[in-house]
Design a protein around this ligand. Structure first.
Ligand code: PBG
Length: 325
């Protein structure tokens, strides 16, 4: 009796590197990546972030230099996070026209006008308590925070930000920001909404990076990681409120959500590979357990395959400077 011969032989298309390339379904390029950066005011020198090896807080006075470097490497977009020395109960520095939020966008756009600048629009780096809005006895006040989000958005837009990127996880934040921008004449400033944002422990290293002083958690405004239907609903609400692009955050542990949002909307969709995802790869590679470059490309490739058009990743600059992408 002759031996069994499979009819389906997927291995035929894997026989050589050329065949594998020809039949590759997805690919990554620098066009897909945006770089989050941390900028501290009043800082004399770069400050390493221990929980994120390879990432530094940029002194504000070095921001122009860094933006040129980032642009030269081929990264097209940054998300700005400020480390403030002017914190107060409501985070009012964020809507000061000469505050850190405004200065970051102004410096970036004046130095490299073609750089797409997304202004992370939140309060946690600017409030004394570390919460993402106005704190009342019963917790973070949604509607009082909306008003401040609108003010911050207008100031960032006036400073040149291309995108307002609200990450405060307040209900109605996209509509409130759109309304404030339009009323101030910034009809062309776009909104990249952190539309599906989970209350995730993968943000751990970010708290050190951004120097937030939070005690407690953000579970009354960010989402329960166990919820899938609600995750889709959150993004669809932001689409209805006028977001120009949506986002799922974190990325790696939420690829099912990313795919489902992708299939539920025609808007551009971003994913944020967050600080804890970065740290796990870095420390795993430092321990010799995994190969950094391969795992970085595989993790970003998986996020792309799951449906992301844009990926926020702390690896973006390194990949660009080493010509890996
Ligand atoms: C601010 C904000 C956070 C992150 C992005 N914007 C922290 C948080 O929500 O607690 C996390 C980014 C990261 O972990 O890389 N609201």
């Amino acid at each position: 009796m002759s031996s069994y011969s499979p009819i389906q032989r997927p291995r035929r298309l894997r026989q050589s590197a050329s065949l594998r390339s020809l039949f590759q379904e997805n690919s990554l390029s620098l066009n897909d990546l945006a770089l989050p950066i941390f900028v501290e005011e009043g800082l004399d020198d770069y400050k390493p972030i221990a929980a994120m090896p390879g990432v530094m807080r940029i002194p504000e006075k070095r921001l122009a230099y860094e933006i040129e470097r980032i642009a030269k490497a081929g990264v097209r977009s940054v998300m700005t996070f400020g480390i403030s020395h002017h914190t107060d109960a409501d985070g009012s520095d964020t809507w000061n026209e000469n505050g850190l939020v405004a200065r970051m966008s102004r410096i970036c756009k004046q130095t490299v006008p073609e750089m797409i600048v997304m202004s992370d629009t939140c309060f946690c780096e600017y409030t004394s308590h570390g919460h993402c809005g106005v704190l009342h006895d019963h917790g973070v006040d949604n509607d009082a925070t909306l008003k401040n989000l609108g003010r911050q958005a207008v100031v960032a837009a006036a400073a040149g930000a291309d995108f307002i990127a609200p990450s405060a996880a307040m209900d109605g934040q996209v509509a409130a920001i759109r309304h404030a921008l339009d009323a101030a004449g910034f009809t062309d400033t776009a909104i990249m909404s952190y539309s599906t944002k989970f209350a995730s422990s993968f943000y751990g290293p970010f708290r050190e990076a951004a120097g937030t002083s939070l005690k407690g958690d953000r579970k009354t405004y960010q989402m329960n990681p166990m919820n899938r239907r609600e995750a889709i609903r959150e993004s669809l609400i932001d689409e209805a409120e006028g977001a120009d692009a949506l986002m799922v955050k974190p990325a790696g542990a939420y690829l099912d959500i990313l795919r489902e949002v992708r299939d539920s909307t025609r808007l551009p969709l971003a994913a944020y590979q967050v600080s804890g995802e970065y740290a796990m790869i870095k420390f795993g590679a430092q321990a010799g357990a995994i190969s950094e470059t391969e795992v970085v490309l595989e993790s970003l490739g998986a996020i792309k395959r799951a449906g992301a058009d844009i990926i926020f990743s702390y690896f973006a600059l390194d990949l660009a400077e080493k010509n890996i992408l």
